[in-house]
Design a protein around this ligand. Sequence first.
Ligand code: 5RP
Length: 232
Amino acid sequence: MAADAKTLKKEAARAALGHVESGMKLGIGTGSTAEEFVRLLAAGVAEGLDVVGVPTSERTEALCRELSVPLTTLDETPELDLTVDGADEVGPGLALIKGGGGALLREKIVAAASERMIVIADESKLVETLGRFPLPIEVNTFGLRATMLAIGAAGRRFGLTGEIAIRGTEARPFLTDGGHVIVDASFGRIPATRAFADELNAIPGVVEHGLFIGLASLAILAGKNGIRTIDA
Ligand code: 5RP
C-alpha cells in the first residue's frame, strides 16, 4: 500500500532526528512535517536526548511545551547548531519557498542563526523551478496596499505576473506571530530566484519573504521508494 502523506512526513522527520546529538542547540520549524519532528524529538528527550530548542512559531512553542521539549530563546541562545524545518517547495541548490504556515520571518531568522538547516518534506515538494506554490510575503500592515502595488511592480520587472492576495480576508487578514500580514503572490515559476529575492528585500513595506536561499544545507525527502537526501 502506498505510504500516505503523514507517514512520509514522519519518515523524513525520523531521518532528520538521526542528525541530532545530545548537547545540540536546535531551531525547531513550523508546519505539519516539523510537528512530526517535534513528536519524535520529544520521544528522544524522554529517553535522555539532551537538547534545547528555539521554536519558530507560537504554534511550535505550544507543541514543544505540551510534549516537554526543553526550550530556549534566540536571545538567550543566539547561535544554534541545527535547524530542522519543513518547506513548501525545494528547488535547485536547495533554494526553498517557505511560509505556507505563516511563520517565515521567525523561520528565516532561526535558520540564519543556525550552523546547518535540514529541510524535511515529502518528495512532492521537490521542483525544478520555484514558484508553483504561491510565494508568501510578510508585509507591514501600514501601507499594505502601497506595498502590494510595489510587489506587483517588482514582479513585472522580472516578467512575473499573477494574483497577489491578502491571506485571510480583507476585513480579517491572517496575522503572523509578529503582527504582520501575509500576501501570497501567485507569480508562477521564478527562475531568477536570488535577484528577485533581492528586489523584494528592497521594498520598504516587505518585512520578509518566503524565498530561502543559501540557508538549507541538506534536504531529506521521503517518497514511496524511501528516503532521498540532497546536499546543498
Ligand atoms: C511554515 C512553513 C512550513 O514549513 C511549510 O509551510 C511546510 O509545511 P508542511 O510541512 O505542513 O507542508 O514554511 O511557515
